[in-house]
Write a protein that binds this ligand. Sequence first.
Ligand SMILES: Nc1ncnc2c1ncn2[C@@H]1O[C@H](COP(=O)(O)OP(=O)(O)O)[C@@H](O)[C@H]1O
Ligand SMILES: [Mg+2]
Length: 588
Amino acid sequence: MAKKKAALGKKARSARPRKKSVAKRKPVSKTPAKRKAAKRQATRRKPPAKKTTKAKAKAPAAPEPTPEKPRTRETAESMSKRQRDISISEFFTKNRHLLGFDNPRRALLTTIKEAVDNSLDACEEAGIVPEILIEVKPIPNQPDRFTVRVRDNGPGIVKKQIPNIFGKLLYGSKFHRLKMARGQQGIGISAAGMYGQLTTGQPVRITSRTAPRKPAHYYEITIDTQKNEPRIQKDDEIDWDNGHGTMVEIDLEAKYQKGRQSIDEYIDQTAIANPHVSIAYTTPDGEKRVYQRSTEDLPPEAREIKPHPYGVELGILIKMLHSTRSRTVKGCLQADFSRVSSRVASEILEKAEIAERARPSRIARGEADRLLQAIQNTKVMNPPTDCISPIGEELILKGLKQIEADFYTSVTRSPSVYRGNPFLVEVGIAYGGSLPEEGSVKVLRYANRVPLLYQQGACAITAAVSETSWKSYGLAQSGNNLPAGPAVILVHLASVWVPFTSESKEAIAHYPEIVKDIKLALQECGRRMSVHIKRRRREHEAAKKRDYISSYIPHISNALRNILDLNDRGERKITRVLTDVLEKSRKL
Ligand SMILES: Nc1ncnc2c1ncn2[C@@H]1O[C@H](COP(=O)(O)OP(=O)(O)O)[C@@H](O)[C@H]1O
Ligand SMILES: [Mg+2]
């Protein structure tokens, strides 16, 4: 402390003479530019009336400059009058691009994505095979406005919770737990509703029912953005033909455009990675598309886990120590973290020189620091991995077969850990067939089974694909770019906490552990693909040779006919024999 103070004192002292030296240096400036600058500074300090006359004298041709207002000088007190809380809704209204609502086309996709993600999460958590209905309808006589309707057969939502879920940002059931899910932050659907309200003035309409014998509730909700609180516009009990489930309807300003990054592409890709889901989709043009599920089995249930000690940071550790139900530090370590046995807890506490029976709430900051150090220096088993539910190699192949190709392969790697969070990588490749020979391969990126369509360049998946050397696997590649050729590469990252680069959840951050695992999976699939490509090339070359030789056969037969004086039959026989020999000698 004493040292710090002394240093501070030195700093303060040294600041004073520096000011003086600046003042001294001013008149010494010699270059014309510097002199002008000095003059300008000097005039600024003078009262405005004087300044204008000087400016006039110097530049008579220039238009008369408006007199400069004297600078307003705020004080701490005057500033304090404007300092206040910023509501999260107001923040995201101004920064809606952070949530994926930066243009009308993307807003349509984000809205549908948030609603569908919620429906799928809810159905899977309730053990229900999902049946999703998506409808996008242009609003008559209102150009660029659409109604989005998403309906599920999930568990429904308890009446009391409906207003907060749809009318309050940062409200949800998934943020405070470690379990693989599509949503994590509790921002998704309420942000979509807020965007709708902002662009069309209409409330979000929700219908939900938790069981056939219970009533269906219909709500119309807006968000009070200043308070980040729901305002209930309508609350009714209605007749509904859906036994249980939820339907969300949002009117919003949007743009429907087919092709890349469209809602159609999102739904196609969702069906690939979620073969247990049936989707009925009505496009804005009124076209009906049905995606039938290819399996009745739900993905294996993901279990909730506790944080792994390697992943906690000091602030979190202190918070956990203060909010634990355990009476001793040892008890807290064992009960609130995953993979900490009695022996491991004792080892950690011994290294940290903290008594096992110490009260967790009494642990001071310095002790917590030592505890964190001790955790890092103690061997703790990797976290359990049943908190992740992969798609699986077989179902990835099934999904990929919706793309017409002539070779398919897939790999599901065993789980790894980044920052204490378990994750798992899956890769699938479809090659050849009707896929275009020219141009870059198509990369299908997924995080927790959700297709990622935007920000491809910023994503760790793209980096891993580009940094893999594809030439040795039979694809063209220039430098560290995406490879080119007739292939689709699917990469799925599943984790209890996907490290997205922003709230719009479109790109995965570049954690080295994640990039490494993706590359290993890509390499394995790449090797299998290269075996196929090489065999196909050999076949192709052999066929070319055969065609070449067989084009000579009629000439040879004809020549032999002349030499041996044969008739038509003889010539045909020779042709047949030679063709047979060529076919039988074929190696491939
Ligand atoms: N269709 C639905 N069925 C059941 N529960 C839902 C549905 N949609 C949303 N929820 C609940 O509302 C919460 C908030 O949703 P959301 O704002 O999208 O945040 P997140 O999905 O990140 O938790 C979810 O955590 C979930 O508990
Ligand atoms: Mg969500």
